[in-house]
Design a binder for this molecule. Structure first.
Ligand SMILES: [Zn+2]
Ligand SMILES: [Zn+2]
Length: 447
């Protein structure tokens, strides 16, 4: 039975229930309506991507799905850029070059959402342990919104001028895909962008809201391994040994002073020891211990301070523990690391000045930076200082009813990477596609 809407208030309420209550665009275009009309087809694509996730650098079927659609839209498409990356170019007259990025990889997580289109896929990553695979970071919403953005920009090509570069990036989750694409000639074989745009779904914001952080947005991510060597022996004769567990414990405690005593309190930093392995038996003092750390920062200087401090503390504590000179700790920092993500402030202000009247101020908000990492940073950093301006923003995915329950303290919201993360995908996709399309057109006006 059709819904009969009798009053303006009921009309607004109905629109609100569909997530369409925000004011229409200041330009009076029909972008929102056009995307809403496409949603059933877009959701089919989303459910297919969600049910068939692939791990980092294994996004073969996923890349093919994206490439096929982009070819059908008239883009020049190149596959296999940076192993499994996709580059799609549309030249549309003289003007700036804008690159829009979606990341493609899923995670080694066994999905627990109970959704009818939940992933049942498995894979065997490099660790050799077979695992479930899930789009637990929401990269499936990114890809679907990316396709929707391409469709809208093709349909509206009279209204913008310039070169559009759309990329499907592999291996964001291991922090290597963006670099792999650039190393494989992203900026040499294809038009180099003036601007790079992307979004990430957010597990802490209401579905359909937009969050942005001008300046630093996401952190430097370093993985550090510390190998400690002691002198092993019998647990009942500690005086004949140098115990690496006691040494490791002292190092773990001393590391806490890096953030509390050495970092500038105005500059956020994190040093977390996520793994501490040593020993095999009650009565044996091990001759080795291993620590694994994640280290987070924003500026190059604070990153260097933390890494130097970790080396100094490991060595200093080893000397204090009487470890022989030839058994000093080995500290290794994983290379490459994920650099911090910086949103160019002028670009961020410009894009948000366009999106705020479009969505309404209650849906577009400045939010604090986070200590998570994103290799989106590489598109700006590896281009050379000031060459490419970049912006990544958040699109909230938490259903309104869950948000309300969380605010009342009744439930704890799942985070990204949780096996329970189930964003309200249609709102994420519709909002992100509208935002990316509008922002791209704003950056490439038809003269
Ligand atoms: Zn992730
Ligand atoms: Zn992600």
């Amino acid at each position: 039975m059709p819904m009969i809407i009798r009053t303006a208030a009921a009309l607004l309420a109905a629109a609100a229930s569909l997530g369409l209550a925000a004011p229409a665009s200041a330009q009076g275009d029909d972008l929102r309506t056009a995307i809403a009309a496409d949603m059933p087809r877009l959701m089919e694509l989303y459910r297919d991507l969600h049910a068939n996730p692939e791990l980092s650098f294994e996004e073969v079927e996923t890349a093919r799905k994206l490439a096929t659609r982009m070819r059908a839209l008239g883009f020049e498409v190149t596959e296999g850029v940076g192993k499994t990356g996709v580059v799609a170019v549309l030249r549309n007259g003289d003007g700036p070059t804008v690159m829009v990025r979606a990341d493609m990889d899923g995670l080694p997580v066994v999905e627990q959402t109970g959704l009818p289109y939940a992933s049942t896929r498995t894979a065997t990553p490099a660790s050799g342990v077979t695992t479930g695979v899930m789009h637990a970071c929401g990269h499936d919403t990114h890809m679907t919104a990316w396709i929707a953005t391409a469709e809208q920009l093709v349909r509206r090509r009279e209204a913008w001028r310039g070169t559009l570069v759309m990329i499907g990036q592999p291996a964001e989750e291991i922090g290597l895909g963006a670099k792999a694409m650039i190393d494989d000639g992203l900026y040499a074989r294809f038009p180099k962008p003036d601007y790079v745009l992307a979004f990430h779904d957010a597990a802490q914001f209401a579905a359909g809201t937009i969050g942005y952080s001008p300046g630093w947005a996401l952190a430097n991510v370093d993985s550090v391994d510390i190998k400690l060597r002691g002198v092993g022996g019998h647990g009942a004769y500690p005086h004949t040994t140098r115990d690496p567990i006691v040494l490791g414990s002292a190092i773990v405690m001393r590391l806490q002073t890096l953030v509390s005593r050495e970092a500038n309190p105005a500059e956020p930093a994190v040093v977390t020891v996520g793994s501490f392995h040593a020993g095999a038996k009650h009565n044996i003092i091990s001759d080795e211990a291993r620590l694994q750390l994640t280290v987070r920062s924003y500026s190059d200087q604070s990153r260097q301070m933390l890494l130097d401090g970790i080396r100094r503390i490991a060595r200093g504590e080893a000397i204090a523990a009487g470890i022989p000179d030839d058994r000093m700790p080995e500290v290794s920092v994983e290379d490459p690391y994920t650099p911090a993500t910086f949103n160019d402030e002028a670009l961020t202000r410009r894009v948000m000045a366009g999106l705020t009247p479009r969505f309404g101020a209650e849906r577009v908000r400045q939010v604090p930076a986070v200590m998570g990492g994103e290799d989106f940073s590489q598109f700006r950093r590896m281009a050379g200082e000031g060459e490419v301006e970049a912006l990544i923003f958040w699109v909230g995915g938490v259903p309104a009813e869950q948000m309300a329950r969380a605010e009342r303290g009744e439930i704890q919201l799942p985070s990204l990477h949780s096996p329970y993360w189930a964003p309200e995908a249609d709102k994420v996709i519709a909002t992100a596609a509208e935002a990316l399309t509008a922002a791209t057109m704003d950056l490439m006006p038809a003269r």
